[in-house]
Design a protein around this ligand. Sequence first.
Ligand SMILES: Cc1cc2nc3c(=O)[nH]c(=O)nc-3n(C[C@H](O)[C@H](O)[C@H](O)COP(=O)(O)O)c2cc1C
Length: 236
Amino acid sequence: MDLYHSIAQRKSCRKYETQPLEHSIINEIEDAIKGFDVLCPSVPLEYRFSKKTKGRFNAEAPQYLVISGQGKAGEMENTGFLFEQLVLWLDAMEIGSVWLGSSKDLETQNTEKDIITLAFGRTTEQVHRTKDKFVRKPIGKITNAPDDVCIQAAHLAPSGVNTQPWYFEKKGGKVMVYEQKLKPPVSLMYKLSDIDMGIALCHYALACKETGKPFQFSRVTEMPAKPGYLPFGIIE
Ligand SMILES: Cc1cc2nc3c(=O)[nH]c(=O)nc-3n(C[C@H](O)[C@H](O)[C@H](O)COP(=O)(O)O)c2cc1C
């Protein structure tokens, strides 16, 4: 499946047909997830399907995928990295989806370790859009290397409240990755920036694959300080 191609046409879909997807497609989704790359193999994630969720910014969909962990460090970026591949896979299959940061699963009692929900299904709106319809910060605000194809792919990544909290600083053969410190009032209600960082790294890694470059990321905090940002890691 050409996930890279979907980066420049995916959009969040919020209008769905009521009919759930066939079992055969759900099986294909499960097989696809098994084949996706992970960011940190030592941080396990689980997922389950649900038909009912609720939340302040919920989208009504015929089914949802709820991702959960064990409360370990690294789960959020791992979630973004792994399941953004599913988002792009769905887009390539003409199936819409949207990340839902504040929706809770109503079919399960114990939801403490739930990380995030994805709504997905066939849509009553367009599944794709053209590149000029992406609402993003100017690329110069998120990097010192705007001509880098991998950073251009990260630039199109979705993020909660469209915060786009990433900064990619290219120096020598390395890229230092920073996470923006959000300011109030957004910082008071939105705590999922690490998921956004994983999503952007997923786009970056897919562009590396497409252009035949290796992708190796380590989560390090010892990096030159950047005002307004937290050190997130290094891509080598
Ligand atoms: C971690 C995360 C949480 C999100 N939560 C919600 C949500 O609760 N409700 C919603 O309608 N959209 C949600 N979104 C979708 C974003 O609003 C959307 O990705 C962003 O505005 C950019 O638009 P695009 O995905 O169409 O490129 C979320 C996205 C991410 C990555």
